[in-house]
Design a protein around this ligand. Structure first.
Ligand code: 291
Ligand code: CA
Length: 160
């Protein structure tokens, strides 16, 4: 009994040592792929990666393409995420559509899962639902938001 107890400890020590090595390798691998995702114009904020392919299309098209890739349209939930998206907009000098809209209920902006937004950065005077036709949201090079017709074509920006 005493012997088997000791060998169990020895076995566990060995297993922990193996896991430590695997964790170190995984951390190095993650660090490398974060750099890949950030080059040349992606951004990492916390657990989120914002990536564009350069494609331009309307809201439904872009939404589908991000989903197909295993992500979703960029949906900033705080100022740090908004700033990262803004940097990408600046790099390309093209506004992008966010994963935010009020298609379901006019004036109630939600994420793609239907939850009400927890953060916003509207340009002064927005959202104005101009001509009653603006249910999607674009973000400008100044980082501010404007509601805009979902049929407009914008640069794709997905988050993973
Ligand atoms: C004005 C503002 C915006 C509005 C935009 C679009 C332009 O900004 O009223 O709130 O979203 O017009 O209506 O759409 C077209 N087709 O011209 C102008 C610059 C963004
Ligand atoms: Ca508007």
């Amino acid at each position: 009994k005493g012997d088997s107890g000791l060998s169990e400890v020895t076995l566990l020590k060995k297993q922990v040592s193996v896991l430590q090595g695997q964790l170190t390798a995984l951390q190095a691998s993650l660090s490398k792929y974060q750099k890949v995702a950030a080059f040349p114009s992606g951004r990492i904020v916390g657990n989120k990666a914002f990536v564009t392919s350069g494609y331009e299309g309307n809201f439904d098209d872009l939404k589908q393409r991000c989903l197909q890739a295993g992500g979703q349209l960029a949906s900033p939930r705080n100022a740090a995420e908004n700033a990262a998206i803004q940097q990408i907009v600046i790099l390309h000098n093209k506004p992008v559509f966010l994963g935010i809209n009020d298609i379901q209920t006019e004036g109630r902006f939600t994420y793609l899962n239907g939850d009400a937004i927890v953060y916003s950065n509207w340009q002064q005077g927005e959202p104005n639902n101009d001509k009653g036709r603006e249910n999607c949201v674009e973000i400008f090079v100044n980082g501010k938001w404007n509601d805009r017709s979902c049929g407009e074509k914008r640069l794709i920006l997905c988050e993973f």
